[in-house]
Design a protein around this ligand. Structure first.
Ligand code: 9MR
Length: 407
């Protein structure tokens, strides 16, 4: 709600003013010609203003790519992100899909990968009614990662947000018609996790067991939370730990404001999980910067607070929308500085063991496909531009990793 207001507040307010002025004009007694004229003129003026505002807001902006004028140093060209990360035992990762055109580049630059979509229930459980799985594409990605000595982050087992993609839509009916929804849900979670984790056992060393449990300050209202309450998280981790006791089990979440109510509520949730002895080993902070630039001092404190609970942290889905830096003198450089700061904060705390990026090139990024982000460009949230030039964001990550070298 807050986000809708942030994005469209001005448009909503102006539309309401137009409506009120129009209705006032419509119903004002006709004998008061002067007032009615004033009302309809004001209505026209506000309408014009709101059209101009819409143009101003949604007209695609372009920022000068000053980085193209700079010469990248010979050392930067010669030393890959993966080499720098390997030497300090740090995971630098990339989201990808089987058959991606960037697979050679990803194999060179990253020592960790995650399936952007192919390890999700919507891709694996192809016929939910018959519990029929298809692992072909995910296995292909797994083979690719293994052939290149890359770690695979498993993403994700339990995610209650989008029926059809993040869990089978048939499960809604199964739960709604169940005599005992809690027991039925436990059965679904158990069978799913046993099958999928069992399939990748020994090959996937880190799984996002539960993804995005929060809906603002409380649990996201899904078939999982509605049938089991918070306990669905405990249960999923318990089963995952039984299936593969060697695997690192993560809870993955997107926090917009680490000091805000959602950030606080998520910490409280983690504390309760730890206190209940749930076998959780780490927390994935997605770190998509879509509506706001994240405060990296707050991120630093947040990582420390999670570490104090005995949990590891990974930055799991880093990207940053260029538009957010539009007010800066050089938006591309400011975006790059932000990438550097986020990676630096992670490197500074030993509990933070890796950073994964959510996309290779600005030419193919998830934000360009999803409203409302697709309506306001440039999103350009990645570290290579659409012509595969290294952006300041690449340089920022490289510099942070370089600065962390110990010899
Ligand atoms: O980038 C992913 C996009 O292609 C999918 O359509 C979408 C739904 O499955 O998921 C996107 O990735 C999301 C990730 O799995 C969880 N955090 C938010 C990511 C961006 O929406």
């Amino acid at each position: 709600m807050k986000i809708i207001w942030q994005l469209f507040g001005a448009h909503i307010t102006l539309s309401l003013i137009i409506l009120i002025l129009f209705l006032a004009w419509l119903f004002w007694p006709r004998k008061y010609k002067f007032i009615r004229k004033g009302l309809i003129r004001s209505c026209g003026l506000v309408l014009l203003g709101s059209i101009l505002l819409a143009f101003y807001t949604y007209w695609p902006r372009e920022y000068h790519k000053r980085y193209l004028d700079d010469q990248l140093s010979a050392e930067l060209k010669a030393t890959l992100l993966k080499q720098l990360a390997d030497s300090i035992d740090f995971h630098i990762g990339m989201a990808t899909s089987p058959g991606s055109p960037y697979q050679d580049l990803i194999a060179q630059e990253f020592n960790s990968v995650v399936g952007e979509n192919h390890f999700k229930p919507g891709k694996l459980l192809v016929d939910a009614a018959n519990w029929e799985f298809n692992f072909t594409a995910a296995d292909k990605l797994m083979d690719y990662a293994q052939a290149n000595g890359q770690r695979m982050r498993g993403h994700t087992l339990v995610w209650g947000k989008f029926p059809g993609m993040t869990f089978p839509s048939q499960w809604i009916e199964v739960i709604n018609s169940a005599e005992d929804p809690k027991e039925t849900m436990q059965g679904l979670i158990k069978r799913y996790i046993e099958t999928v984790m069992g399939h990748f056992k020994g090959r996937v060393s880190t799984w996002d067991v539960v993804n995005e449990p929060m809906g603002g300050e409380s649990l996201y209202p899904s078939i999982f939370s509605n049938s089991m309450g918070e306990e669905y998280i405990d249960y999923a981790f318990k089963i995952a730990n039984q299936v593969d006791p060697e695997c690192s089990l993560f809870l993955n979440e997107q926090i917009g404001d680490y000091q805000g109510p959602q950030g606080k509520a998520f910490l409280d949730l983690l504390k309760r999980l730890v206190d209940r002895g749930v076998p959780i080993h780490g927390v994935g902070l997605q770190s998509h910067q879509i509506n706001r630039i994240h405060d990296t001092d707050a991120l630093r404190q947040y990582i420390r607070a999670i570490g104090q609970m005995g949990l590891k942290v990974e930055i799991t889905e880093l990207d940053a929308r260029l538009l957010l830096f539009g007010g800066e003198d050089d938006p591309y450089q400011a975006q790059g500085d932000q990438f550097r700061k986020v990676v630096q904060v992670c490197l500074d705390d030993p509990v933070c063991t890796g950073v994964t990026l959510w996309g290779v090139t600005d030419g193919a990024n998830w934000m360009d496909g999803v409203p409302p982000f697709k309506w306001k460009s440039p999103n350009a949230p990645n570290i290579w531009d659409e012509d595969m030039n290294k952006k300041p964001a690449y340089v920022g990550i490289w510099e942070a990793l370089k600065g962390a070298q110990t010899d």
